[in-house]
Design a protein around this ligand. Structure first.
Ligand SMILES: Cc1cc2nc3c(=O)[nH]c(=O)nc-3n(C[C@H](O)[C@H](O)[C@H](O)COP(=O)(O)O)c2cc1C
Length: 393
């Protein structure tokens, strides 16, 4: 009798625990990755209900951008689309000159230019110039690009077609599959037409090892910097509800973990900012750089020139779209340049700046963006995006 009651109690307990786990899994969207309104912009970007200039905005919002902050506002009129920086959507001490923000805006510009040509326009682009000042002097909205649309012949190609398939891949890359010898030249050719922006790729073991070290050391410096950790953490969306509410920020689904680890991470309570960034350091060291057959840099003559940052962003977007079309995975690993900005802001010893300088071969400009490239071992999922209605002026 006692034994039966004991077994009944066990069974009830198991049902409660399993039920609780299933409930929490459902609440966290463990069964819903990539679904819901936050992911709709990836699916309806080419829908015919928004012909004309709105097609540019639908493509623009799918661009790469730092920490998925989506720092943009679009103004659309008959023959002109304007892009504004929404400078309140910033990363604080993680991007103290809004250099990365402008790279992300440049990514949006590139998607818009591709979409404009695909829609049968000849787009004429004007970019804002000037120096990127400290964050406190850059507030509110600011016009960064104007695209004037003249009629032309529709032109779409591999880069345009890759727009909805491009996702940052933070999983392991396949070291058994070597990169082609012509990859460096191919990347430089894709980076065209802007000549002030250059691309360097490291694939030989010595340079690669040095680049790995520079990235890991910069990540260590970031996690030892309280304000940087705090400002980064503020954009993380841990729960399903938060993702659907905010439709921005990095998510667990996009962290590059295995499906099992992603499921477990979703069941656990949100980690502290410090723990979350320690995981990030571990992943950077043990997965991101450890499995990278190629690490590259995008360089510009002047790190704090607004139009050069926008142009470098255009180049990154083109590179990532091209890689996507070739079945290659990419991930920005921008920690060293984030530290360069932070060291400048604090007026401390330029450790990251010196390390990057030693890495680049003359006559390269200054690195403004670092990335890895390789063959993926996991499919990269989409990240959330705000809707058209949320980003139109
Ligand atoms: C300027 C810039 C810096 C970035 N830095 C990093 C980085 O250091 N690590 C990383 O994993 N992703 C980085 N990203 C990628 C963004 O986090 C990513 O584009 C964003 O979360 C949206 O996801 P998606 O690219 O998959 O659409 C960066 C992107 C840009 C444009």
């Amino acid at each position: 009798m006692k034994r039966r009651r004991f077994l009944q109690g066990m069974a009830a307990g198991t049902v409660i625990v399993v039920g609780g786990v299933v409930w929490r899994a459902a609440d966290q969207g463990a069964f819903n990755a990539g679904n819901g309104p936050a992911y709709e912009p990836w699916r309806d970007w080419r829908e015919a209900d928004s012909p004309g200039p709105l097609a540019l905005v639908r493509a623009g919002i799918l661009a790469s951008n730092p920490h998925n902050t989506q720092p943009w506002v679009f103004s659309v009129s008959e023959g002109v689309v304007e892009l504004y920086a929404d400078r309140d959507r910033n990363l604080g001490s993680f991007d103290p000159y809004l250099r990365e923000m402008h790279l992300g805006l440049g990514c949006a510009v590139e998607n818009m230019m591709l979409a404009a040509r695909a829609a049968g326009y000849t787009p004429l682009l004007e970019l804002a110039g000037g120096e990127l000042e400290p964050i406190a002097a850059q507030q509110g909205r600011a016009l960064v690009a104007r695209i004037t649309l003249e009629s032309g012949e529709p032109q779409s190609g591999a880069l345009y077609n890759a727009i909805p398939h491009r996702h940052t891949n933070r999983g392991p890359y396949d070291l058994a599959r070597g990169l082609s010898a012509g990859l460096s030249d191919a990347l430089s050719a894709v980076a065209e037409p802007d000549t002030a922006v250059n691309v360097q790729l490291f694939t030989d073991s010595e340079k690669l090892e040095r680049a790995r070290q520079v990235i890991v050391e910069a990540t260590e410096a970031i996690i030892a910097d309280g304000p940087m950790v705090h400002d980064s953490e503020g954009w993380f969306r841990h729960s399903w509800k938060d993702i659907q509410r905010h439709r921005d920020g990095p998510t667990l689904d996009a962290a590059g973990l295995s499906p099992v680890m992603t499921g477990i991470a979703k069941l656990l309570p949100r980690p502290s900012a410090e723990a979350n960034h320690q995981y990030w350091l571990n992943a950077t060291r043990d997965v991101h750089v450890a499995t990278a057959p190629g690490i590259g840099l995008i360089t510009v003559p002047n790190l704090y020139d607004r139009s050069q940052s926008l142009q470098a962003g255009r180049v990154w977007q083109r590179l990532h779209l091209w890689a996507t079309s070739q079945g290659l995975a990419m991930q920005p690993l921008n920690q060293p340049v984030e530290r360069v900005d932070r060291e400048r802001q604090l007026g401390i010893k330029p450790v990251a700046a010196s390390a990057l300088e030693a890495l680049t071969s003359p006559p390269a400009g200054r690195p403004t963006f670092a990335f890895r490239i390789g063959f993926p071992m996991r499919v990269a999922p989409a990240s959330p995006r705000r809707s058209l209605a949320q980003v139109l002026a």
